[in-house]
Design a binder for this molecule. Structure first.
Ligand SMILES: Nc1ncnc2c1ncn2[C@@H]1O[C@H](COP(=O)(O)OP(=O)(O)OP(=O)(O)O)[C@@H](O)[C@H]1O
Ligand SMILES: [Mg+2]
Length: 446
């Protein structure tokens, strides 16, 4: 994010829990206990149900901001909830702090007054700036719960130092929840020793045999034998993402026991195998849609249509959502979604294997769509991906013009405006124009 870039609003959207989730009261109780202290750490690998358990807990508590009218159950009741979904771009300290303060401000507008504009000018906050925010938090009558989801994507020494300072001075009515795939670089042992840390880890998040059984019955609609449930639970080790993939593969299958008996191995292999199974069972048009749109960080109907070259993107996304096919809504109107990371990773591998020639074109289409929609930051990001996915520069071979003639050639980084200037082939930018012309003649012909 540069200085004055607008903040992406969907990052503040707290996921709502789906109907039909397996209730996990033992984890709710742990989270209730955590809310009495300073920090709750939810730390487990990909797809262990971290985000879901937090969303369900906050839903149960009616943590919907100040106007929340949910049932008064746990100790987080009455506190507004600020949610921030982090991503890799937030590892830049100025971006991280701007988003963190904006997340707080989205539910308690008085926090961050005077500070947010400063942070948005790209200034890395000093202790003085953080102290101002902490004092504003201390003055809140109802306090606030701040959830930082996917914290591992932003973590780094500079951010850890600032977060350490914030934690050390956090007012008692403020509670921090960190959800992460890897333990953060924070003074956890000190907090643990003082009884100020409650942890929810992979061992806690693993589905118990009873939870797995309830999940499989609801998700497959099948009366699975006790042996089949035990095998699935044991092979996935209660890893819900793998259980979910298994359930999707089982739907409508006549040979359930045979299928259950065939899959073995662990972690990545199970996921690859199960995603293959799920993909193979989709109709061809849907499979193609999934592969092509896997290049996108966020999905909307019009953006999907632009990237796939088809129509009906919105309806397809609705259908994926209803089928619980690893899409997560990013807003209440279900205009924006994203794929579950685990699913997107495997889809992208399939895309590169099966349709390597399409990858650059898909990124180019996404980039142009964002550019037209007036979103330069994601446009630039898609364009960088296009650059990374393009093969080395071969003059006159590109079919994907950049959104703007001042952008670099994705193949050799030469810009249209400046010409190749020693980078790549001297005729490279002619790839945007008919092959064989020099850059100068092509440029003046425009
Ligand atoms: N209690 C539950 N009942 C039914 N399904 C669940 C439950 N918990 C998680 N899931 C499903 O498991 C999948 C993974 O869950 P989730 O996205 O919460 O994992 P995560 O640990 O946050 O993953 P990541 O590290 O990628 O962020 C989701 O599709 C979710 O719907
Ligand atoms: Mg998550």
């Amino acid at each position: 994010m540069s200085v004055s870039s607008p903040l992406i609003g969907t990052k503040f959207y707290r996921p709502q829990s789906r109907p039909g989730l397996v209730a996990r009261p033992r984890l709710d109780e742990r989270l209730d206990r955590g809310a009495e202290g300073r920090l709750t750490l939810v730390s487990a690998p990909v797809g262990f149900g971290k985000t879901t358990v937090l969303a369900a807990w906050l839903d149960r508590d009616g943590g919907r901001g100040r106007d929340g009218d949910g049932p008064a159950v746990g100790p987080a009741v009455g506190r507004p909830v600020a949610w921030l979904s982090l991503d890799a771009r937030d590892s830049r300290p100025a971006t991280f702090w701007a988003y963190l303060v904006a997340a707080l401000q989205s539910v308690v507008p008085e926090v961050g007054a005077g500070v947010l504009p400063l942070l948005q000018t790209g200034q890395v906050p000093t202790e003085a700036v953080l102290t101002t925010v902490l004092n504003q938090l201390a003055a809140l009558p109802d306090g606030v719960t701040l959830v930082l989801d996917d914290y591992h994507l932003a973590d780094g020494p500079v951010i850890a130092e600032g977060m350490g300072y914030v934690l050390e001075h956090l007012p008692p009515q403020v509670h921090l929840v960190i959800s992460t795939r890897a333990d953060p670089g924070l003074p956890l042992s000190r907090l643990r020793a003082r009884g100020e840390l409650v942890e929810v880890r992979a061992a806690d998040l693993r589905f118990t045999p009873e939870e797995a059984s309830a999940y499989l019955a609801a998700a497959t609609g099948l009366a699975l034998s006790a042996d089949a449930v035990t095998t699935l639970e044991a092979r996935t080790e209660g890893w819900i993402a793998a259980l979910q993939l298994a359930a999707l593969s089982l739907r409508g299958r006549p040979d359930v026991d045979a299928f259950v008996a065939t899959f073995a191995g662990e972690d990545r292999y199970i996921v690859d195998y199960l995603v293959d199974e799920v993909l193979a069972r989709q109709p061809e048009h849907l499979r193609t849609f999934l592969l092509r749109t896997s290049v996108l960080d966020r999905l909307s109907g019009p953006l999907c249509d632009a990237v796939t070259g088809g129509d009906g993107g919105r309806a397809t996304l609705d259908g994926l959502d209803r089928a619980n096919l690893f899409v997560l809504p990013l807003d209440d109107h279900r205009r924006w979604y994203r794929y579950h990371h685990l699913f997107a990773d495997v889809l992208q591998l399939h895309l590169r294997d099966e349709r390597p020639d399409e990858v650059a074109q898909l990124h180019a289409r996404a980039s142009r769509w964002y550019e037209r929609a007036g979103e330069p930051v994601p446009a630039a990001r898609s364009y960088q991906r296009l650059a990374r996915s393009a093969t080395p520069c071969r003059p006159g071979t590109s079919t994907a013009p950049p959104p703007s003639s001042s952008w670099p050639c994705p193949r050799c980084a030469a810009t249209g405006r400046r010409g190749p200037s020693g980078v790549g082939s001297t005729t490279c930018p002619t790839t945007w124009w008919p092959a064989g012309r020099s850059w100068r003649s092509a440029s003046s012909a425009r």
